[in-house]
Design a protein around this ligand. Structure first.
Ligand code: NAI
Length: 246
């Protein structure tokens, strides 16, 4: 078991990639804080994990609110007593072509995807530093490494995650904390259900793989970066995109 005895916090774990990662982490021996905005789906996910014998507890949060994140982190630490892995996976899209993008939609995506990662990381880092070891993994995107039409706000948030990751790797690497990012390509979850079939076909043609990505592909990258196997990997952006052309 690659995460035996570890406590992992996964944001956005009620659905999609985060939920699949929670299942995988549970199978690998982790105890889990299922952290999400969506109370119903989050409780259901934690319940399911417990039925499978995993010590999992749901914590409700809006990662865009620092007060909410602070309260969640205090509850997590009170419940589990430590934190070994933080996966900053929660994210949203509010796509529009740049000239039509509303300021409020720009700001909300930044607040959740970028500022939320800062709030969550800042909330758990002191405990990791006291432990002398910890893993912070944040979810960027190919939109963050190469931009994407109609995603000014999302691309800015995901590129910002890379800047923060590289900064934190430098600040905290010498203290035993590994800080890395994963940049998924197009992964089959609810998030891409709104993409028109024509565009999905174009994406397929840009990908050097016989299929689209699956949540499991990203969850396996999280697992590597969360495990001791990646102790000498710091400040990297692991692209899980089937070799996509930028
Ligand atoms: P999803 O929409 O299936 O799941 C996201 C989860 O985040 C949901 O459970 C949602 O309730 C939660 N969430 C949203 N806002 C929140 C908030 N303010 N506070 C707490 N929780 C909140 O999305 P998916 O596809 O699983 O994406 C996971 C991560 O992967 C995101 O960061 C996304 O940007 C990234 N990603 C996804 C790709 C894809 O093709 N699906 C491609 C590249 C990156």
């Amino acid at each position: 078991m690659r995460l035996a005895g570890k406590v992992a916090v996964i944001t956005g774990a009620a659905n999609g990639i985060g939920a699949v990662a929670a299942t995988l982490f549970g199978q690998q021996g982790a105890q889990l804080a299922i952290v999400d905005y969506n109370e119903q789906a989050g409780e259901a996910k934690a319940e399911k994990l417990r039925a499978d014998g995993v010590n999992a507890v749901f914590f409700q949060v809006d990662v865009a609110s620092q007060a909410s994140v602070k309260a969640m982190a205090a509850n997590v630490l009170e419940t589990f007593g430590r934190v070994d892995v933080l996966i900053n996976n929660a994210g949203i899209t509010k796509d529009a072509m740049t000239l039509k993008l509303e300021a409020a939609d720009f700001q909300r995506v930044i607040d959740v995807n970028l500022t939320g990662v800062f709030y969550c990381t800042q909330a758990f880092l002191p405990t990791m530093l006291a432990q002398g070891k910890g893993k912070v993994i944040s979810t960027s995107s190919i939109a963050g490494t190469g931009g994407n039409i109609g995603q000014t706000n999302y691309a800015a948030s995901k590129a910002g995650i890379i800047g923060m990751t590289q900064t934190w790797a430098k600040e905290f690497g010498p203290k035993g904390i590994n800080v890395n990012a994963v940049a998924p390509g197009f992964i089959e979850t609810e998030m891409i259900e709104t993409i028109p079939a024509k565009i999905l076909e174009r994406i397929r043609q840009m990908t050097y793989a016989p299929r689209l990505g699956k949540p499991e592909d990203v969850a396996n990258a999280y697992l590597f970066l969360a495990s001791d196997e990646s102790d000498f990997v710091n400040g990297t952006v692991l692209e899980v995109d089937g070799g996509m052309l930028k």
